[in-house]
Structure formats: structure tokens, C-alpha cells
Write a protein that binds this ligand. Structure first.
Ligand code: C2O
Length: 591
């Protein structure tokens, strides 16, 4: 088994050039990574010709993403709103967590030393705030795949967490203080008062702030762990759930004597293959099917549904407004993995299954290390895969405590390059790139056959409830587009104004041209478009939240040979917590 130590020397090969967003034939891509390229030629399951030669990576990306000639890609998120304003870091002295009191049995688990009481998410206050500066001469860190750790590394990791848990309760570096950070930024403890909106909460999920917030959060967590064991090279492992060998909870998290242990996890999942599309209850699928479905889900969320920045990062979120829509990876697999680990015996799916408690499980940080890795991978895929350049995004700020207990203000703009922050990820195989879903029933003509039987969206009186399976024909503003048109603009399915109960685990699945009523297509089949998924969390004063769903259809309709149809047949299948969902609109646009 490869250990972290043997792979560490890869670091110098990854120059900043990897992150270039310009579209040249020589820019390195994932296929040119040492570990990827080897396997690439062995398993070529794509229908199209794929070359694993770095010089041909241009073709590969075109094939995968349908994005030829996009050097000057338009950044859809770059159009500022009229009331442009970044969200400023919260004033933590005003932190308040009354909003949590409505939660079901959020108990005070005071039996565990230092556990924050259920209703208390606030960190210690600080009299001064330092502005973040990139450390000089910092040691470079390679975050290793969690299932590939050497025994030595596991021991080091364990010791660092143990020391973090042993710190005095009121020390901001204490493990449970670290857990509070997540609760505070997510459960209405902070308002936008620093930006002039004291009545609007800060919510770091369900928008473009998801990736940068969590990147900064892990950055300081990792630095604190390193300092507690005097090892500035200590790097937070990533739970590699996107590769078959990494799809179970790493062993060392399950030893009750380990500092990494958390009793509040689903006991049936401790040795199971993770379900990246978890519905809140276990499905009757074999492990092999689960792995295939997981890879299909990864492909959907890293490739098909993330063709541009808004698709990947989520919707804009500015001062004075509420978060309004998560990006692809935030929904899947990020949310289902949380829920899959969380303990169903607990009232609110604690710990990982609920945002307020998620940070209390050590696995949370390794889960998010892999989520953060997806940001890096996505950018290496080229084309429109670039960071958002909207000033409101870049100038959003947060505060965190560092390893010296200083409160530090950070900006989104300083989080974009992991290399600048002094870390990178171990290079491992990326099997989902080669796991494009295949059609279950190509050229079915189902949308044509059902015209007249199934309603078209124009005839639906919105808003509609989603308390049962819904089938509807969605008209396509344009069909049979040319190759060039497809390269320029993605055909996007939008489900807008999704209102849901934010205290529930909510999930519904979305299919296009799916024929069978009895058994829906699986995520390794083209007919599966994706899922809307939300983890429970409390909002101030109201239980309803609003979001939207967005998915790319261009490649999928080509694969289904349905590109000349006037409509697509959309099937929405409620899976969890959908009793109170309403949808305001469903339509197709090109962007
Ligand atoms: Cu802040 Cu995985 O959530």
C-alpha cells in the first residue's frame, strides 16, 4: 500500500501552471498527473476517443465537457447586482444562538467535557482582529488520502486531535470550540450587522460562499493541529469517497479508544460502502452497484452539472440577501455523505447528519478536505472551470482563530489557490472522470410519445407541491443546436423557487426521459440528472428556506439521442422530507 511518505515528493511537480485557466494545448490537466495517466490508457470507457497523452488533453476536455474554444469564457457570476456589497465578517461579540432553541431535543451534552451546549455555538470573544497575511517560509503540506495513511501518520493525526480535545474548554483552539465555528456560521448565530443588515443572518451554505468558507475553516484547523504536535508539515487527510478503495469510513476513526472516534455515527454504516446519493434510508443495492452509482454521481456533479462557475460554486450571495442556491458538489455528494454518517438514533441525526453538530465529529474535517479537493480538481479540468471573479465574492470576509489564539480576518480572494495557502493534495486516481453514465433507453422518443398525455410546464399552475412523483414535459427553447452553439452555451434545466422545511433532511431525484415507472434509472445511467439535497439546519425565526436546482442537459440529451425533441420529459421523485416542498417554476435556458 502506498504510504503518504512515498507520494510526498510529487509536490514540486505541481506548479502554479496547473491552475491556468487559459485554454492552451499545453496546459497540464488531470490526465497528465503521474498517477492518473498510468491508469488512463488501461481503462477507456468513454464512447469517444480519449487520449491520455498530455499533448492531447485539449481534445479530451472537449470530449468530456463539450467546451471547445472557450479561451475568453464569460463568467456568469461576474455581473454585479445593483446593490453590490460583499458580506463582511461577523462581529463575534454579537454572536447569539437563540435561534437553536426551537430544535427538537437539542440537548445539553454536558456529560462530555467541553461539549458546547446544544443551543450555544458562540466562540470566545476577542478584543482585537488581525488581518490575514500569508505566512513567510511556510512548510508545504500534502494532504494525504485518508485510506492510504501509514501507521505513523495515523498516530500523528490521532495525537494532534487528542491534544486539541485536551485544551482548556475556553481555548478557541479546543476541538469543541472548533466545532462551534461551524454551528455559528450556519445556524443563525451571526448576522450581517457588520455589513449594515443586523436582521439578516449569515449562512455559509447554499451559495457561492460554501467552498471558500470551508477552505478557510480547514486551513486554520490544520494549522492548529500541526502546531499542537510541533509539525508544520502536518496536513489534514482527505476522505477519498470518490474512489472505490476509499468508499468506507477509514478504520482508525472507529476505534473507541482513538481521539478520532465519535459514538454518534450510524452503526450500520461503520463498515459499509458509502452511498453518495443517500436518501435517508438504505437502498437494496449491492456494493458493486453502489460503487458504480457513486462514480456516476461524481461524474454528474463534477462534469455535467458543473460546466460553469455558477454550476459548481453556487449562486451569488451578497450583503442584504439570503443564500439562494448551492453549487453541484455542495448538494451531492456533500450533503448525502453528512446524512449517511450521522446517527439515525439521535433526534436530529447528530453528529454529521445536522449542520449544528457536524463539526463535533472528527470525520467532518476529512469529509470536507475531500470536498475542498474537488475545488482543486474542478479547476484543473480547464475550459470554463475558473474561479468566480465577482468583487462581492472576492471581498467577502470571515474571522477564525489561528494557532496562536489570534482572531484573524480572511478574505475569499486569498483562498483561491491552495499552493499559496501552502498545501496541495496527494495525487490519486480519479476514476469518475471515466465513469460517464450510459443511456438506459437511447432514442426512446418518450417525450414525443407522451405529448398530450403528460402536461407541459406551460399548462401547470405553479407553485406546485412535490408530495408525490411528478412528471412534466419541459419545452426546449431551441433544439438540434449546432456543435458551436453547444460549445458556447450549455442547455440548463432550472427548477426555481424550491421552498422546503430547513429542519428536515430533504432530497428529491431528477430524471430526464426516464421510461420506467416502476424502477427509476440509477445514477450510472444517463437518464439520472441529479438530486436536490439539503441537510437540516435552523434558520432564524422561520423554518422555510428557498433554493433552486440547476443541471446541465447538453451532453445527456446527446447521449440519449433526444436532441431533436421539442420537450424533455422530466420526472421528479421525492425521497426524503418532501411533504412540504413547493416549486415555483421549471424551465430550460441556455447559458
Ligand atoms: Cu458546512 Cu459539510 O458543511
Amino acid at each position: 500500500m502506498a504510504s503518504f511518505a512515498t507520494l510526498a515528493p510529487l509536490a514540486p511537480q505541481t506548479t502554479t501552471k496547473t491552475f491556468t485557466s487559459s485554454f492552451t494545448t499545453t496546459s497540464p490537466t488531470i490526465s497528465s498527473w503521474p498517477l492518473f495517466s498510468k491508469k488512463c490508457s488501461l481503462n477507456n470507457s468513454l464512447k469517444h476517443k480519449v487520449s491520455c497523452n498530455a499533448d492531447n488533453s485539449f481534445d479530451r476536455r472537449n470530449v468530456l465537457l463539450g467546451l471547445g474554444g472557450l479561451a475568453g469564457a464569460v463568467n456568469l457570476s461576474s455581473i454585479p447586482s445593483s446593490a453590490a456589497a460583499p458580506i463582511a465578517a461577523p462581529d463575534i461579540s454579537k454572536c447569539g444562538t437563540k435561534s437553536l432553541s426551537g430544535f427538537k431535543q437539542v440537548e445539553d451534552t454536558a456529560t462530555v467535557k467541553g461539549t458546547p451546549t446544544g443551543g450555544d455555538c458562540c466562540p470566545p470573544d476577542s478584543s482585537q482582529i488581525l488581518d490575514f497575511q500569508f505566512p513567510k517560509n511556510q512548510a508545504f503540506k500534502i494532504r494525504p488520502a485518508a485510506h492510504l495513511l501509514s501507521p505513523k501518520y495515523i498516530a500523528k493525526f490521532n495525537l494532534a486531535i487528542k491534544r486539541m480535545k485536551e485544551l482548556p474548554e475556553d481555548d478557541p483552539r479546543n476541538f469543541l470550540q472548533q466545532a462551534r465555528i461551524h454551528c455559528a456560521y450556519c445556524n443563525g448565530a451571526y448576522t450581517q450587522s457588520s455589513s449594515g443588515f443586523p436582521d439578516i443572518e449569515i449562512q455559509i451554505h447554499n451559495s457561492w460562499l460554501f467552498f471558500p468558507f470551508h477552505r478557510w475553516y480547514l486551513y486554520f484547523y490544520e494549522r492548529i493541529l500541526g502546531s499542537l504536535i510541533n509539525d508544520p508539515t502536518f496536513a489534514l487527510p482527505f476522505w477519498n469517497w470518490d474512489t472505490p478503495a476509499g468508499m468506507t469510513i477509514p478504520k482508525y476513526f472507529k476505534d473507541p479508544k482513538s481521539a478520532l472516534y465519535d459514538p454518534k455515527r450510524n452503526p450500520y454504516h461503520l463498515n459499509a460502502v458509502v452511498d453518495l446519493g443517500f436518501d435517508g434510508k438504505d437502498k437494496d443495492t449491492t456494493d458493486i452497484e453502489k460503487v458504480k452509482n457513486n462514480l456516476g454521481i461524481m461524474y454528474r456533479y463534477m462534469v455535467t452539472n458543473a460546466t460553469d462557475p455558477e454550476g459548481f460554486f453556487g449562486k451569488p450571495y451578497r450583503a442584504g440577501s439570503s443564500s439562494a442556491g448551492s453549487g453541484s458538489i455542495e448538494q451531492n455528494p456533500h450533503v448525502p455523505v453528512h446524512r449517511w454518517v450521522g446517527d439515525p438514533r439521535e433526534a436530529n441525526g447528530e453528529n454529521l447528519g445536522n449542520f449544528y453538530s457536524a463539526g463535533r465529529d472528527t470525520l467532518f474535517y476529512c469529509h470536507h478536505s475531500n470536498v475542498d479537493r474537488m475545488w482543486s480538481l474542478w479547476k484543473m479540468m480547464g475550459g470554463k472551470h475558473v474561479d468566480i471573479n465577482d468583487p462581492d465574492y472576492l471581498n467577502t470576509s470571515f474571522v477564525f482563530y489561528d494557532e496562536n489564539k489570534n482572531l484573524v480576518r480572511v478574505y475569499v480572494k486569498d483562498s483561491l489557490l491552495t499552493k499559496k495557502l501552502g498545501y496541495d493534495y496527494q495525487r490519486v486516481d480519479v476514476p469518475w472522470l471515466k465513469s460517464k453514465p450510459v443511456p438506459r433507453a437511447p432514442r426512446s422518443g418518450i417525450a414525443r410519445k407522451l405529448a398530450g398525455t403528460v402536461k407541459q410546464t406551460n399548462d401547470v399552475s405553479f407553485p406546485v407541491k412535490l408530495d408525490k412523483i411528478m412528471k412534466v414535459l419541459v419545452p426546449r427553447p431551441k433544439k438540434s443546436r449546432s456543435k458551436k452553439e453547444k460549445e458556447d452555451r450549455e442547455e440548463l434545466l432550472i427548477i426555481d423557487g424550491i421552498t422546503y422545511d430547513s429542519e428536515k433532511y430533504v432530497k428529491f431525484d431528477v430524471y430526464v426521459n426516464d421510461e420506467d415507472d416502476k424502477e427509476a434509472s440509477s445514477p450510472d445511467q444517463s437518464e439520472f440528472v441529479g438530486s436536490f439535497a439539503q441537510l437540516p439546519h435552523k434558520h432564524k425565526g422561520k423554518m422555510e428556506s428557498k433554493a433552486s436546482f440547476r443541471a446541465g442537459l447538453t451532453e445527456l440529451l446527446e447521449d440519449l439521442e433526444a436532441d431533436d425533441d421539442d420537450n424533455v420529459l422530466l420526472t421528479l421523485v421525492p425521497k426524503s422530507g418532501c411533504e412540504d416542498i413547493t416549486l415555483e417554476n421549471i424551465f430550460i435556458v441556455f447559458a
